[in-house]
Write a protein that binds this ligand. Structure first.
Ligand SMILES: [Cu+2]
Length: 152
């Protein structure tokens, strides 16, 4: 019976993805996605969110959004008395430990903003993982100073 089903699937051109329902698909949940409002002159902006791996460990390898020409993964490092940001190649997400992206720490950077981000608006951000299927999150724009200052 199983052989017959597989043969039928092969005939239909489905052989490349056998029995997907039985596989433990890697998955990562994205919650609490928000960005800071920007001025009309701003060319970059930060996005913050929480990532939870529900299965195997995974890595965020890239992101994209229609509001920016380019989206980078950033970390914040202390350089003397100055906080600087730099790009990182990936963000590790481990099961059981939510990865919280927040001001002063890891974040997603919108580079080459195509428009101002106004408080109360939202926009889509697509996150690509090494294993899990891509997730498109809805990012809510909060006040320019939201989430800052008191966290570090
Ligand atoms: Cu940054």
């Amino acid at each position: 019976m199983r052989t017959a089903i597989l043969a039928a699937a092969a005939l239909l051109g489905l052989a490349a993805s056998p029995l997907p329902a039985l596989a433990q698909a890697p998955a990562v949940e994205v919650t609490e996605a928000w960005a800071r409002a920007t001025t009309s002159a701003a060319r970059a902006g930060g996005v913050f969110l929480t990532l939870k791996a529900t299965g195997a460990p995974d890595r965020v390898v890239s992101a994209s959004s229609p509001v920016a020409e380019k989206v980078e993964l950033h970390e914040t490092i202390r350089d003397g008395n100055v906080m600087r940001m730099r790009e990182v190649p990936a963000l590790e997400v481990r099961p059981g430990t939510p990865l919280v992206l927040q001001p002063g720490g890891l974040h997603i950077m919108l580079i080459g903003l195509k428009r101002q981000l106004n408080r109360g608006e939202s926009f889509p951000l697509t996150i690509t993982f090494e294993k899990a299927a891509p997730v498109t999150a809805t990012v809510t724009v909060q006040a320019a100073g939201a989430g800052g200052g008191h966290r570090h």
